[in-house]
Design a protein around this ligand. Structure first.
Ligand code: NAP
Ligand code: ZN
Ligand code: ZN
Length: 346
């Protein structure tokens, strides 16, 4: 299959038009006519090689929404014309204890990332969703409910599931005080989901200008983290803090906001280690945990939940030639709240 897309040819290079080929359909594969691709901050980290080990040329994109354009001979889950989504991984070993529990994101042999990785054949580089087509095994794609704005669904495939999964795992709901650190692409989905699940929601933000939006998204409270007085007022308050901050920060300031037995979940990946003071944890039997996206069945559960509750992302739909500007603006926390590329403009 011939594909047209956008790639960074070397580390830090601006994204430019790039053509490549994908495999012909295997019996369990589906081909996707990609309509929209979200811009996740992880795309930027990888293009800029902030996590190391990046592979170029790189076609980023793991928030993919489209339509099934062809199916392999043994496909049973999808038909041509179905709405289909692809998230952060496209395969896993299918055999380890994580895979067997539906936690493919934690595959013990490593999940196969949608881009900037290698297929399980050990040689074929994976290329992401900033392009007009994808080929994927049907079991690693999900169905998108009808009736939602497809462009605004795309970010659910990473930003959505990445916040939904820890909220469910740590049982956010009525009576729970949940805080979301960072009101970006991930954070704003955390606010929407925590609110929909019935929790009391606080946004912890370094951008005072985001307060009105935060409240509109469902936040009950808004804390400006650069104001020591506001931090002090919120000490020992939260049962659960979801940390989506993409840049380096002092984690101890935030651990102090947890109640006894509270948990701070690391989700953002600044690429530098945290310096945790022992006292920040033991003075409240606090936990610091991590969470990464979600498995395929949970991804489908989240999309179904979104279909029932009419939840999508808040997006700025852009044309392909705006993508480099969108990267710059995302790094400055200047996006409401996710950029999505309209693939028709490639
Ligand atoms: P984003 O849209 O850029 O949002 C990040 C937010 O962090 C910003 O909106 C900002 O919120 C806050 N922030 C940025 N710089 C800051 C600074 N210097 N000090 C304090 N706060 C700052 O990014 P995203 O797409 O939501 O991704 C967030 C992070 O999660 C990235 O590191 C990404 O790689 C990672 N990620 C992890 C997973 C996972 O599975 N664990 C999945 C996807 C992405 P305020 O303006 O409100 O302060
Ligand atoms: Zn992502
Ligand atoms: Zn596995």
């Amino acid at each position: 299959m011939n594909v047209r897309g956008l790639a960074a040819l070397i580390k830090n290079a601006p994204l430019t038009p790039y053509s490549f080929t994908r495999r012909e359909l295997l019996p369990n594969d589906v081909a996707i006519d990609i309509k929209y691709a979200g811009i996740c901050h992880s795309d930027i980290h990888q293009v800029r090689e902030e996590w190391g080990g990046a592979r170029f040329p790189m076609v980023p994109g793991h928030e993919i929404a489209g339509v099934v354009s062809a199916i392999g001979s043994s496909v049973s889950k999808f038909a041509v014309g179905d709405l289909i989504g692809v998230g952060v991984f496209i395969d896993s070993c299918r055999d380890c204890s994580s895979c067997n529990q539906g936690l493919e994101q934690y595959c013990e042999k490593g999940m196969t990332p949608t881009y900037n990785g290698v297929e399980r054949d050990g040689v074929t580089p994976t290329m992401g969703g900033y392009c007009d087509g994808y080929v994927i095994n049907e079991n690693y794609a999900v169905k998108i409910p009808a009736g939602l704005d497809l462009a605004a669904v795309a970010p659910l495939l990473c930003a959505g599931i990445t916040l939904y999964s820890p909220l469910k795992h740590w049982k956010a709901g009525p009576g729970k005080k949940v805080a979301v650190m960072g009101l970006g692409g991930l954070g704003h989905m955390g606010v929407k989901f925590a609110h929909a699940l019935g929790a009391e929601v606080t946004v912890l933000s370094h951008s005072p200008s985001k307060e009105a939006d935060a409240r509109q998204l469902g936040a009950d409270h808004f804390v400006v983290t650069s104001d020591p007085a506001q931090i002090k007022l919120n000490k020992r308050k939260f049962d659960l803090i979801l940390n989506t901050v993409s840049a380096e920060h002092d984690i101890n300031d935030y651990l102090s906001l947890l109640t006894t037995d509270g948990t701070l979940v690391v989700i953002g990946l600044p690429g530098v280690p945290f310096a945790v003071n022992a006292d920040s944890l033991l003075s409240g039997r606090r936990s610091m945990a991590g969470s990464m996206i979600g498995g395929i069945s949970e991804l489908q559960e989240m999309l179904n939940f979104c279909g029932e509750k009419n939840i999508v992302s808040e997006i700025e739909l852009i044309s392909a030639d705006y993508v480099n500007t969108a990267y710059e603006r995302t790094v400055k926390s200047d996006v409401r709240f996710r950029f999505v590329i309209d693939i028709a403009t490639l």
